[in-house]
Design a protein around this ligand. Sequence first.
Ligand SMILES: Nc1ncnc2c1ncn2[C@@H]1O[C@H](COP(=O)(O)OP(=O)(O)OP(=O)(O)O)[C@@H](O)[C@H]1O
Ligand SMILES: [Mg+2]
Length: 220
Amino acid sequence: MHVLALVTQKGGSGKSTLAVGLAVAAMRDGERVALIEADQQGTISKWQERRDNPYPRVERVAEPADIEAIIARLAAEGVWLAIIDTAATNNVLAMRAIALADLCVIPARPSPADIEAAIPTLLAIRRQKRRFAFVLNQTPPRGARLSEAATSLNALGVLALPFIGQRNDHQDALGAGFGVSEYARGGKAADEIHALWSWIAKKLGEEALAHGQAAIRRAS
Ligand SMILES: Nc1ncnc2c1ncn2[C@@H]1O[C@H](COP(=O)(O)OP(=O)(O)OP(=O)(O)O)[C@@H](O)[C@H]1O
Ligand SMILES: [Mg+2]
């Protein structure tokens, strides 16, 4: 099973919105997907209450020690992808999510404040030697601020593509209990989320391949 963690101590950068959007986009590919809510704020479980479809399933976790057991149980049940949504703080729960993630996704709006605030999270990810990618979220159509932000994030590490634009569909989908790709099928927001999921899936595939090759080397 692959584990993604949406992390950054900066509040409101889009962790929950992207967690939901990516989970539903991944389901379209027939993947068995689960969301793990590691944020007492409850954005994901409130979203699920507004939703008719029981999938993706949502697991709530409050104790850092419990995340590992939940991941093991989901894997045993055949879940292929678990996406952990964390709180806007580098608390123990977020650190545990980072430690267990195959890929940490760090959303940042194209503002110096978001990028600066992501640095402590980035340092924690590096300390734990986890893979990561930034996602520029809530971006304007174009402009110098956007390219400056992209340059800063590229200098700090990998920047996922595409950028996720500032679009009402994300807010409306969250409010209506849908993933954005269900809510506004064929819209720009849906297209961007599908493309971001493809980018991430490719990264996860490379990781799985690397693990597989390491296992073959160990066995031979
Ligand atoms: N690409 C986007 N376009 C438009 N609105 C967005 C986009 N991404 C997020 N939002 C909105 O921005 C607000 C904050 O997003 P979200 O709750 O996902 O952030 P968060 O990082 O999970 O916040 P917190 O740190 O409080 O958990 C929400 O109202 C959400 O609907
Ligand atoms: Mg959130």
